[in-house]
Design a protein around this ligand. Structure first.
Ligand code: FAD
Length: 450
């Protein structure tokens, strides 16, 4: 066997792995200096396995590394100090439905079994594309043959006076949720700026933790990207029942406080008291590293159908990538892109095809699902609205065919509606019962679909 070459730096060499017994604290943190040791390297013609480095250990990066694992020497590098975790489940952690340990998707033993060397708490500061070397912010060098950027997004911080006071948090990372939980333990008032999915999940979780919560939203209805006014009103009523106050069409002017946050001032000069302010006003694809390395950038890092960037040795996946003019903001497409990149790097011929956009969410315990076009010129709509039963369903038809749907409340039939949108079938004979799902469709209609 070839002797393992001396590392140039203290970075784990390709083929190294996080030791199965790496110390994991209750909080699922990996020691920043997780012990690494060299695995047996392949001998013979494959003596030098292809070194693949994945930067970003969010869901997309971790999935990509996992899929590459066996065939290559994979190093997964993440800026966050924890083991790779399920970011989507942060809201469950905030609401008290799961513990931190439940969030971990790739524990030390699993990474070791996959032969993925994991470097937490390591931020990549620059890419030398010519030499194929990454430089960490600690000044270490990491060489690669193939590089995958899975850098995700940055939560957008409003540029308000007082925005960087202690007690003002974004809602993106495990560390931020830990800080929110610590603040919630003291009780008191919280203001969440942003009434989209993330803002409402933050508000719901903090209210369950006993805080008095106010949501300030700049638009006249909640979750305007997913819901129309009647559905948004059902959601607003539900949140009000849970004690969450709403300020719609509200505009924030400043975060008040000296030393730490004490409130949020609106442009109408009113002040909402707060010992915690959470900003959940949108995300921006993380492109700084790629831009500085000279890769083609639009809103995200531009990629082709194989998720390859303008440099043939570099891929980009997940929220940092821009495919066909679109950046994704949900976990399902991020994972699908990661799988495509891993397959292509592994030698397969694979292409990413964006799925028809459907959003399935749970907000404050209510199901929300939407797909396709939910309003539009020349379209007909069929609506079922039961305010007391908290059910709302809207269907958009064009030329007698379903082109979009929105469900609030019960979303069990969503896959059926999605298939109707995909099939583009004439819905003659079904219109009267469309809102009630497949159980009410005629046998003739269902048979014709088979
Ligand atoms: C609270 C919350 C709830 C959500 N709920 C849902 C939901 O219900 N459904 C849904 O579909 N989606 C949801 N999302 C969105 C989902 O989490 C994202 O779509 C998903 O995390 C994207 O994965 P990613 O790997 O592309 O990016 P990220 O998860 O952002 O991971 C990127 C990682 O790269 C790291 N990184 C960045 N730059 C560097 C660097 N230079 N060096 C090293 N590491 C770097 C970052 O620290 C980060 O850990 C939610 C998000 C949040 C925050």
């Amino acid at each position: 066997m070839d002797p393992a070459p001396l590392p140039r730096t203290n970075a784990p060499e390709p083929g190294a792995r996080v030791e199965a017994g790496a110390r994991v604290e209750a909080g699922a943190r990996v020691e920043a200096c997780a012990r690494v040791e060299a695995c047996a390297r392949p001998t013979g013609p494959d003596a030098r396995a292809m070194r693949v480095v994945v930067v970003g250990a969010g869901p997309a990066g971790a999935r990509c590394a996992e899929m590459l694992g066996a065939g290559s020497a994979v190093t997964l590098i993440g800026a966050e100090p924890s083991l790779p975790y399920n970011r989507v489940a942060l809201s469950k952690l905030l609401a008290g439905d799961v513990d931190e340990a439940d969030l971990v998707t790739h524990g030390a033993a699993r990474l070791a079994a996959l032969r993925v060397a994991y470097r937490p708490a390591t931020r990549i500061a620059s890419i030398d594309r010519e030499a194929r070397i990454l430089r960490t912010d600690a000044g270490d060098d990491v060489s690669y043959d193939r590089l995958v950027l899975a850098l995700g997004s940055q939560a957008f911080r409003l540029n308000l006076p007082g925005a960087s006071l202690p007690g003002v948090s974004m809602y993106r990372t495990l560390d931020e949720v830990r800080a929110m939980l610590a603040a919630a333990e003291l009780g008191g008032d919280a203001v969440v700026i942003g009434g989209g999915l993330l803002g409402l999940e933050a508000a719901y979780g903090l209210a369950l933790r006993g805080m008095r919560v106010t949501v300030v939203h700049a638009v006249d209805r909640l979750m305007e990207r997913q819901l129309d006014m009647p559905a948004a009103m059902l959601l607003a009523r539900r949140l009000a029942r849970q004690g969450i106050a709403l300020v719609l069409s509200g505009s924030t002017e400043a975060i008040e406080g000296t030393g730490c946050v004490t409130g949020v001032r609106l442009t109408d000069a009113s002040v909402i008291p707060a010992s915690l302010v959470v900003m959940a006003v949108g995300i921006r694809p993380e492109v700084t590293l790629a831009r500085e390395a000279g890769l083609d950038i639009g809103r995200g890092v531009k990629v082709d159908d194989a998720m390859r960037t303008s440099d043939p040795a570099i891929w980009a996946v997940g929220e940092c990538a821009e495919h066909d003019g679109q950046c994704c903001g949900l976990v399902a497409p991020a994972l699908a892109q990661a799988e495509i990149a891993a397959r292509v790097i592994g030698g397969e011929d694979a292409s990413y095809v964006a799925a028809a956009d459907a959003t399935a969410l749970k907000v404050a315990g209510a199901g929300v699902w939407s797909a396709g076009q939910t309003e539009g010129l020349g379209a007909e709509t069929i609506v079922y609205h039961d305010p007391d039963g908290e059910e709302y369903r809207k269907f958009v038809l064009f030329d007698g065919r379903l082109v979009g749907a929105m469900l609030y409340g019960e979303t069990r039939d969503a896959p059926w509606y999605q298939s109707l949108i995909g099939q583009g079938r004439e819905l003659t004979g079904l219109r009267g019962t469309l809102p009630f799902g497949p159980a009410f469709a005629t046998p003739e209609f269902m048979e014709a679909a088979e």
